[in-house]
Design a protein. Structure first.
Length: 281
């Protein structure tokens, strides 16, 4: 517990600093670094890092995607580059078929696409909702991570019924419900707090927050967060590792910390495109 709190006390100020700077370049760098570190940890866990050309190709692609997406209006070039990357991996497999198997190429392709594209949704939301981008990012990330913390504490003190003991033995239904309740409460608090803070700063309320939507939207975010967590846990079990890394004591690696948001970010972005819960007056 102490190690988790110490890691959080170091990581949170970095996140706040990036939010405070409010520079797109800083977001892109952070997205690229986090994505590359997460993919690297998976490559190490699966031992695919031993295939140097495969690993280097994957990491270079992952680092480049956030920047390519930022300047690629319509995603045309991104589609061509992604297609070329996949074809390149299969060509590499053909020339090194004795060492590189199809399963390896399939997994490397998946994580090399999923992680940077998912993380890049942070940049999409930054551009799409300029007036409320900081709140949007804080809401999505906080609700997902606070649900994980709520589930941890509820499961620790109340957990009795296992959700999927063969995949993640410590996760319980009581913890899951606790995570949902925690996410709903914080969804409401974040929305109301945003109104109060901006009213104090600007002297009047210039927008309206749909608090009910924010509370209810926390529920599918929690579901998807758990799905991402279970997916990562299953991969760790298949690789016979406890954590993907140890860069964040008490949490594990970068992938261990960000696995829960990989499905949440694209979902939140797509939903917010249809209905954004902050309306300017």
């Amino acid at each position: 517990m102490a190690r988790r709190l110490i890691s959080a006390s170091l990581a949170i100020p970095i996140g706040i600093f990036i939010l405070w700077l409010d520079r797109k370049e800083m977001y892109l760098i952070a997205i690229a670094v986090i994505s590359a570190m997460a993919v690297y940890e998976i490559l190490v866990a699966t031992k695919y890092i031993n295939h140097r050309l495969l690993a280097v190709s994957s990491l270079l692609f992952v680092i480049s995607i956030p920047f390519i997406l930022n300047y690629d209006v319509g995603f045309l070039n991104t589609r061509y580059i992604s297609f070329g990357f996949i074809i390149g991996l299969f060509v590499l497999m053909l020339f090194s078929h004795a060492r590189i198997k199809f399963a390896e190429v399939a997994l490397v392709s998946m994580v090399s696409l999923l992680i940077p594209f998912s993380m890049s949704c942070i940049g999409f939301m930054y551009d799409q909702f300029p007036s409320h981008r900081t709140f949007t990012l804080v809401y999505v990330l906080t609700v997902t991570w606070i649900a994980d913390s709520g589930a941890f504490f509820a499961g620790t003190f109340l957990g009795k019924h296992k959700m999927a003991p063969e995949i993640s033995p410590k996760k319980t239904w009581e913890g899951f419900i606790g995570g949902i309740i925690t996410a709903i409460i914080f969804g409401l608090l974040l929305g109301k707090g945003y109104e109060l803070i901006m009213t104090a700063v600007e002297g009047e309320l210039t927008f309206k927050v749909d608090l009910l939507f924010l509370a209810l939207f926390a529920i599918p975010c929690t579901f998807l967060g758990v799905l991402g967590d279970f997916t990562a846990s299953l991969l760790k079990r298949e690789c016979a590792v406890k954590d993907f890394g140890n860069i964040m004591p008490g949490h594990g690696g970068v992938m261990d910390r960000f696995d829960s948001i990989l499905f949440v970010l694209p979902f939140a972005y797509l939903i917010f495109l249809q209905y954004f819960p902050v309306v300017d007056l």
